[in-house]
Design a protein. Structure first.
Length: 137
């Protein structure tokens, strides 16, 4: 056995793995905040003036005419019944849709600079002068 280093024949091959880093930049959606909508009710006091009719009984004394039948409606207690009318106010409040509030969201794309350090491995071959070498990147 000889103690000299073995030389490689053309059929012998030595392999070495060379690595490189790549940068993959993507996006993901994250909640940036919320939009809250609050509804406030404003109360407006209104006091409109409305005309209404009220009937009153007026007593008029007139001498009897020749064609007057003299018939009057008398109640059992002896009083005369005359209907008196009064208008009553009817107030109605109705709820109606005044407007609709529509809230939309939209996405704005902005350019942002991304910096990173990438590592790339290089392989340097050091051979003895008597070894034939062919580089094929």
């Amino acid at each position: 056995m000889s103690s000299s280093p073995q030389s490689l024949s053309e059929d012998d091959a030595v392999s070495l793995v060379r690595s490189e880093e790549e940068l993959h930049v993507g996006t993901r959606s994250e909640a940036a905040g919320r939009v809250r909508v609050r509804k406030h009710v404003d109360v407006e006091h209104v006091a409109p003036t409305v005309d209404r009719g009220v009937e009153h009984a007026d007593v008029e004394r007139a001498p009897a005419a020749g064609d007057d039948s003299g018939k009057i409606e008398t109640l059992p207690d002896g009083s005369v019944s005359i209907p008196v009318f009064e208008e009553r106010l009817v107030i109605e409040k109705r709820l109606f849709v005044r407007e609709r509030v529509i809230i939309r969201k939209h996405t704005v794309f902005e350019e942002e600079r991304v910096e990173a350090d990438l590592r790339r491995e290089r392989v340097d071959l050091v051979t003895d002068d008597d070894v034939a070498r062919t580089d094929g990147d």
